[in-house]
Design a protein around this ligand. Structure first.
Ligand SMILES: Cc1ncc(COP(=O)(O)O)c(C=O)c1O
Length: 446
């Protein structure tokens, strides 16, 4: 769907000329103009209506027809569009209370920012202040954000691709292995033992263990059911907090409000963004336990932003949560997620290039392989930043030719539709994927 140089319209030309595209060499930045949206679909300037099975960056969880959210933003903007974080507003107070109610365990107070990146940065500062220790232990197959500390905490290939802007990396970020039975030389149990040994050997220096409960943009990695609770115990045994980065998995994506609940864990801190407002406004949150909140009664919380707790964004957050609740979207993610899972499993049976389906609810991925007998990826981790067109890009492009959009990440086709999705739309997407996977089947080793 990317427009060719010759047929770019005026907006695409202007955008191309005056905007720096994200995460790309600028010669590859060639965005297609979107002029309209409807339900789970985006509409291009030349009239193509595309079923979005990625929810953009796994964030438009409410689809595009959440009128309650639109109205809440408009009303707030006409009453109190902005005041600095030192003042109180109704939407922030109501949102904070609501987050205390829907997050697991004793999570109670929330610090606001505007991106998942900042939510994690705040979590690091909070964990360091609270524990008096400085290291953050995260994992290799992870993404936690774009700025120096959050990218240093990420194992994502984008960290190693960095030049002088973050080299040397922020000190104190140590990385352990992932629960990735399909693609790692360690099985998930061994990976956990490895992390335990790391915590012992790092001595009493680790402030927090930071994980995505169900890894997103590094390949949709689903841990064993008892993994997160065991990790939490191990972290606590070594005096470290557990921070769950639920920027992608929060707000119903896995069929629970938070993926931590799926695995019965009660993190000390949860970070969130994306689905918090269904992406109708940029808003992120770092919610901490009552105990951590109490610590800051007498200790300085040395963090803040001009737009922290922005009233229109918080109004969108309250209305988004009401929409999830009133339209039963978390339940829908669970139910349609089961249907999607069975359809994807059937696809995997029919297509030899699908090595493994992973995921829960509407957080799904298909990892591809060149070989029917073993895991031989089409796309290496380094391809996330190489600019090379991979077989996965071709699969995704084929689906897009049939007006269904999937994003791909580290050898995995990511399947993460909005939570509003219906069975008919799943059928439409699966049919497009069925055809597109013929491209990868044909590219397999003989
Ligand atoms: C798990 C996770 N954490 C953090 C981030 C960073 O969020 P943002 O892009 O809003 O800064 C992302 C973004 O994709 C993410 O998936």
């Amino acid at each position: 769907m990317a427009s060719q140089q010759s047929d770019r319209n005026e907006i695409e030309r202007l955008d191309r000329e005056y905007t720096l595209g994200t995460w790309t060499r600028q010669r590859d930045f060639d965005p297609t103009e979107i002029v309209d949206t409807e339900g789970p679909r985006i509409v291009t300037a030349n009239g193509d209506s595309i079923l979005d099975f990625s929810s953009q960056y796994v964030c438009t969880s409410l689809g595009y027809d959440a009128e309650r959210v639109v109205d809440a933003i408009a009303e707030q903007a006409s009453n109190v569009p902005y005041v600095a974080p030192g003042w109180s507003t109704e939407p922030r107070a109501r949102l904070s209370k609501k987050l205390a109610e829907i997050t697991p365990g004793s999570l109670k107070k929330t610090f606001y920012s505007t991106s998942g990146t900042e939510a994690n940065e705040a979590a690091f500062k909070i964990a360091r202040a609270y524990t008096g220790k400085y290291k953050i232990l995260s994992r290799y197959r992870s993404y936690h954000g774009a700025t120096a500390a959050s990218l240093s905490a990420s194992g994502d290939p984008r960290r190693v691709a960095q030049g002088p802007e973050i080299q040397p990396e922020v000190p104190g970020m140590v990385k352990g292995p992932d629960p990735y039975a399909y693609g790692s030389s360690l099985d998930p149990d061994q990976s956990l033992e490895y992390i335990e040994e790391m915590l012992q050997l790092e001595g009493d220096t680790v402030a927090a263990v930071l994980v995505e409960p169900l890894v997103g943009s590094n390949g949709v990695l689903t841990p064993p059911d008892d993994y997160l609770v065991r990790l939490q115990e191990i972290a606590h045994d070594h005096g470290a907090l557990l921070i769950c980065d639920e920027v992608m998995t929060g707000f119903g994506r896995t069929g629970e409000w938070f993926a931590s609940e799926l695995y019965d864990a009660e993190p000390d801190i949860i970070t969130m963004a994306k689905g918090l407002t269904g992406s109708y406004q940029p808003l992120a949150a770092t919610t901490v336990s009552e105990e951590i909140a109490e610590f800051f009664e007498d200790n300085l919380l040395n963090q803040g932003h001009t737009f922290a707790g922005h009233p229109t964004a918080c109004a969108a957050g309250v209305a988004a949560i009401e929409t999830y609740e009133q339209e039963g979207l978390v339940e829908n993610a669970r139910e349609i997620g089961e249907y999607l899972t069975s359809e994807l499993d059937a696809l995997a049976e029919r297509h030899p290039s699908v090595g493994e389906r992973r995921g829960v609810g509407l957080h799904q991925g298909l990892e591809l392989t060149r070989s029917e007998m073993e895991r031989v990826p089409f796309e290496e981790r380094s391809d996330k930043v190489s600019g090379r067109t991979t077989v996965l890009d071709e699969v995704s492009a084929h689906a897009l030719d049939n007006d269904v959009y999937f994003y791909t990440s580290v050898n995995t086709i990511v399947v993460t539709p909005p939570l509003t999705i219906s069975e008919t739309e799943v059928d439409e997407a699966v049919a497009a994927l069925e055809e597109a996977l013929e491209v990868s089947d044909a590219a397999m080793d003989a």
